[in-house]
Write a protein that binds this ligand. Structure first.
Ligand code: 13P
Length: 288
């Protein structure tokens, strides 16, 4: 199946009261792990690529060609969207030119008027190419590629204004943060989420910082209009722990255990394990 944009995925998720997982990829192993689980569980999926990961993988063209070829060679039949995560104004345009089917333009650090103008421009370019656009209001706390946000709660009025630019998905800060949640985290602000939802109506909402949010809060967020949940750090942690165990058990020194395909295999299994857990939790299993 060719890559798709996120439009239909979001409509179905909203109607079916579940969320599609957007899992960040870093390399071939990451992509393979996520695609295998999506196919196994018959779940739609979004592959998120940050600008840092793009740089690591050498460029948007490499990422697009790799993902397209893997979807074909692996015989993937579930819907897969290739999505730029926290894109800059320039980055979003480059990703679209390279064939990404969805982009997040994160203009949350610009003054509102500038965010709106730039978002409108990205929407026009993306829609011309058949791609979808996610935009953000209210900086999401934690670290986004080296930038530490404050974890603001988005203003419903600003959410409405951003919706009017023609975007397809809206990421609104509701006390969520990227990375591990601190022990004193207050939890998601559901009152804020309700007010945002009331103001933006049928606009699919995106929850960033999916790592470590307890299941009951995930379910409640979905019931209040969240249709896409981003997960990054948790895949990294499962990958790291699995490889640590392999090396600590001395397996890399046994036979051909040093072969990168053997050395990375437990990490791939680790990613698969957490992606399965998340897809079950988000309710996207058998929704492809
Ligand atoms: P986590 O790393 O906290 O899962 O957040 C991922 C994310 O929101 C990517 O945009």
């Amino acid at each position: 199946m060719p890559l798709v944009n996120a439009k239909e995925m979001m409509i179905k998720a909203m109607e079916g009261h579940y969320a599609v997982g957007a899992f960040n990829i870093n390399n071939l192993e990451w992509t393979k792990a996520i695609l295998e689980v999506a196919e196994e569980l018959h779940s739609p999926v979004m592959l998120g690529v940050s600008e840092g990961a793009k740089k690591y993988m050498t460029g948007f063209n490499t990422v697009t060609q790799m993902v397209k070829a893997m979807v074909e060679d692996m015989g993937i039949t579930v819907p897969v969207a290739l999505h730029l995560d926290h894109g800059t104004y320039e980055g979003a345009q480059q990703a679209l030119r390279a064939g990404f089917t969805s982009v997040m333009f994160d203009g949350s650090h610009y003054p509102l008027e500038e965010n709106l103008a730039k978002t409108r421009d990205i929407v026009a370019k993306a829609h011309f190419l058949g791609a979808t656009v996610e935009a953000e209001v209210g900086t999401i706390g934690g670290e986004e590629d080296g930038v530490i946000g404050r974890g603001e709660v988005a203003d419903p009025e600003e959410c409405f204004t951003l919706k009017e630019t023609g975007i397809d998905m809206l990421a609104a800060g509701i006390g969520n943060i990227h990375g591990k949640y601190p022990a004193n985290w207050q939890g998601l602000d559901f009152d804020a989420l309700k007010k945002i939802k009331e103001r933006v109506g049928d606009m699919p909402l995106v929850l960033h910082g999916g790592t470590g949010i307890p299941e009951d809060q995930i379910k409640k967020a979905i019931s209040l209009g969240v249709c896409k949940i981003n997960v990054n750090t948790e895949c990294q942690l499962y990958f790291q722990e699995a490889i640590r165990k392999y090396i600590e058990a001395g397996k890399d020194r046994e036979g051909k255990g040093f072969d990168p395909r053997k050395l990375l295999a437990p990490g791939v299994e680790g990613i698969k394990e957490i992606v399965r857990i998340k897809m079950q939790m988000f309710g996207s299993v058998n929704k492809a």
